[in-house]
Design a protein around this ligand. Structure first.
Ligand code: MLT
Length: 309
């Protein structure tokens, strides 16, 4: 009998086609991730579950999934999967670490420009017919120091683009080798040095016990006056309360956040502060990235379900 896969989030239909082409019996129910009870009641029929971020693969769901062999996350973060519960049941969890890295890095760069030139506020003002030409004085990126926290797949691309923009790039990443730093054209530094030197700081680390609150109140206090902070990685890496206070005091000149401690973020201490640019976790939201991650997750899951590889 053909293995059965449930797609319970809005995955590109490319994934569905790949599953079918590979001979997998696939049910495409992109709204199901939001309906926990329904999902719980049918999950035992499936060998594979393909998700993005809306479906929460909790311990309860995994326990109820008596036939489940693999959970595929079309994207990087597996924060919505209870990994210990999956391991206990022998369920493999796979992600697609490469499919959306360029898109996410580009979003971080776009956010850096947006906050440097106050583009969202200037756009809203122009749409309102105000023509406030002298109100929106920006800063150049050329020659500025960008501090990159985490120079892995996404952070590495950010470094490369920023070097191309003629920024001086310094990176804090305990896993960054001297050789790779050299290839990227960046200087490796300790976190304290990065905080003291950077005109812009961008985060590109997962949220783990070590990185949660990495930009704590104490860390923010060490930053240069006038710093601008970009977070397109994960909510909870920055102390939002402390950042809001630092923005109000003028110590931090701007922030651009795509991710928030609580998501979906319908309210947040950063909302409505001047020169804070916010987007609703759009880091991976391009046509190209969504095609890539859908294709990759479907291929990987099919390989595993059909050959165990
Ligand atoms: C990811 O982990 O791949 C990104 O944060 C995108 C997402 O969660 O949708």
């Amino acid at each position: 009998m053909a293995p059965k896969v449930l797609v319970s989030d809005k995955l590109s239909e490319t994934a569905v086609q790949i599953f079918r082409d590979r001979g997998i019996d696939v049910d495409f129910m992109p709204e199901l991730g939001k309906d926990k009870e329904k999902l719980l009641s049918i999950i035992d029929q499936y060998d594979g579950l393909a998700i993005r971020s809306a479906t929460k693969a909790t311990e309860k769901l995994i326990e109820a999934a008596s036939n489940l062999k693999v959970i595929g996350r079309a994207g990087i973060g597996v924060d919505n999967v209870d990994i210990p519960a999956a391991s206990r049941k022998g369920v493999i969890v796979m992600n697609t670490p490469f499919g959306n890295m360029i898109t996410t890095a580009e979003h971080a760069i776009a956010m850096m420009f947006a906050v440097a030139r106050q583009i969202p506020e200037a756009s809203a003002s122009t749409h309102a017919g105000k023509w406030e030409k002298s109100k929106f004085m920006g800063v150049e990126l050329t020659g500025k120091t960008l501090g990159v926290i985490g120079a892995g797949n996404i952070g590495g691309i950010v470094c490369d683009r920023a070097v191309g923009l003629k920024m001086k790039v310094i990176a804090y990443d305990p896993f960054l080798s001297d050789d790779r730093a050299k290839k990227l054209g960046v200087t490796k530094v300790e976190l304290d040095e990065l905080l003291q030197r950077a005109d812009f700081i961008t985060l590109h680390v997962p949220k783990t016990e070590k990185t949660a609150n990495i930009l704590s109140r104490e860390a923010l206090a060490k930053t240069k006056k006038g710093v601008r902070i970009i977070n397109c990685a994960r909510g909870g890496l920055v102390d939002e309360e402390a950042l809001a206070e630092a923005l109000k005091s003028g110590h931090v000149a701007g922030a651009a956040f795509d991710v928030f401690a609580v998501e979906p973020a319908t309210e947040n201490v950063l909302f409505n502060l001047p020169n804070v640019v916010c987007t609703p976790h759009l880091g991976a939201a391009t046509t190209e990235a969504q095609e890539n991650v859908a294709l990759q997750v479907a291929e990987q899951m099919s390989d595993y379900l059909l050959t165990g590889a």
